[in-house]
Design a protein around this ligand. Structure first.
Ligand SMILES: [Zn+2]
Length: 304
C-alpha cells in the first residue's frame, strides 16, 4: 500500500487535463468487500480498498492517506461488527456527510455468532465471509442499494451473476468438505476467524487467540492445545496469512515433544485475501484455496 501510493499519485498526475475520471469513488475496507463491490459496479464506479493482502483488519489504523481517500469517497462500504475495530469512529463521523454501508447491518442478528455478553449486550463475531451462504446474503442486500447509490435503477447483471456464483461456491464447499472423515473435522489455527466456517460446514474450530488478533495468548493456551491435539491425534494445524505463525509453531513443537508429529496443513487466508492478480486474490479463489488445503491435510486418516 505504501509502495503503491506514490505510483498512483504519479499516474494520476500524468493524466492529461480534462481526462479526469469522474465516476463515483467507492472506498471499501477489506479485499473481500472490494471483490464483491467491483463485481457489482463494474465500469460504473471506481473502487479502492484500504486493506491489501496480508493486512490484519482488527489492528488496522487509517493512515493520513486513507483518511484523505475516505473523505474524497462518494460511498464507503465496510464489514462492521467491529472487524475494523480501530476505524469505527471514522466511519461514524463520515456517515454524517457520505453514504456509508455497513455490510453486516442488513443481516438478521440471529444469524450472528455471539462471542461474549457485556451488560446483556452481545458482541458478535465479525468473520461473516467464511459462511459463504451468509456472505452471499450480505452481498445480495448490498447490490441494489449500492447500485441505487451510484444512480442505477437496480442490481446490475454482473452483481446478480456474482451472487449466483457465491451460491454455487457454497454448494461446492459443502460437497467438497463432505469427504473429510468426521474425526478429522477439526480446524486448529491461530485466531478464531473460522467459527462461521465451522458452523456452516460442520467443523470444530479451535483458535489459539480470541476473536480479535489483538487478544494475547498465554503459555497455558499453548499447553492446552498441545494436549488436545496429541490426545485426539489431530493430523494437521494451520497458519493464517494475516496473523503471526509464532503461536502455531510453538504448538507444533510441543506436540512433537509429546510424540505426536502434527503436520502443518498450510497457510489459510483468513482476514485478508491473496496477492492481486492471483486466484487467491479474489474472494471465491481464497475460499477454494482454504477448502483444498483442508481437504489435503485432513482427508487422510490420522495415525491411530
Ligand atoms: Zn480476524
Amino acid at each position: 500500500m505504501l509502495l503503491l501510493l506514490p505510483l498512483m499519485v504519479w499516474v494520476a498526475s500524468c493524466q492529461p487535463a480534462g481526462d479526469k475520471d469522474d465516476r463515483p469513488l467507492i472506498v471499501v475496507t477489506t479485499g473481500m468487500i472490494a471483490d464483491a463491490t467491483r463485481a457489482i459496479v463494474g465500469e460504473h464506479a471506481r473502487v479502492e480498498a484500504l486493506m491489501g493482502p496480508g493486512v490484519d483488519p482488527h489492528l488496522y489504523k487509517a493512515t493520513q492517506g486513507d483518511l484523505a481517500l475516505l473523505r474524497s469517497a462518494d460511498i464507503i462500504v465496510y464489514n462492521g461488527l467491529h472487524l475494523e475495530g480501530k476505524m469505527q469512529e471514522v466511519f461514524d463521523q463520515l456517515a454524517k456527510s457520505t453514504t456509508v454501508f455497513n455490510l453486516s447491518d442488513g443481516l438478521d442478528t440471529s444469524q450472528f455468532i455471539v462471542t461474549s455478553l457485556r451488560n446483556d449486550l452481545p458482541t458478535y463475531d465479525p468473520h461473516i465471509w467464511f459462511d459463504v451462504a451468509l456472505w452471499s446474503k450480505a452481498i445480495d442486500q448490498l447490490c441494489p442499494q449500492l447500485c441505487k447509490a451510484i444512480g442505477l435503477d437496480s442490481c446490475t447483471e454482473s452483481g446478480l451473476a456474482y451472487t449466483e456464483r457465491l451460491h454455487s461456491l457454497n454448494q461446492w464447499v459443502s460437497d467438497t468438505l463432505a469427504t473429510i472423515p468426521d474425526r478429522n473435522r477439526v480446524l486448529i489455527t491461530s485466531h478464531d476467524a473460522f467459527e462461521y466456517f465451522g458452523r456452516a460446514y460442520q467443523f470444530e474450530v479451535i483458535g489459539l487467540q480470541g476473536i480479535s488478533t489483538a487478544a494475547e495468548f498465554g503459555l497455558k493456551d499453548i499447553t492446552d492445545m498441545v494436549n488436545l491435539i496429541s490426545d485426539r491425534r489431530i493430523p494437521a494445524v494451520f497458519i493464517e496469512s494475516s496473523v503471526s505463525e509464532k503461536s502455531i509453531r510453538s504448538v507444533m513443537q510441543g506436540c512433537k515433544s509429546k510424540g505426536h508429529d502434527v503436520a502443518l496443513g498450510g497457510t489459510l487466508f483468513s482476514d485478508a485475501m491473496g496477492a492481486e492478480g492471483t486466484a487467491e486474490g479474489t474472494y471465491p479463489g481464497m475460499v477454494r484455496h482454504n477448502v483444498m488445503l483442508l481437504l489435503h491435510a485432513l482427508q487422510t486418516s490420522s495415525t491411530p
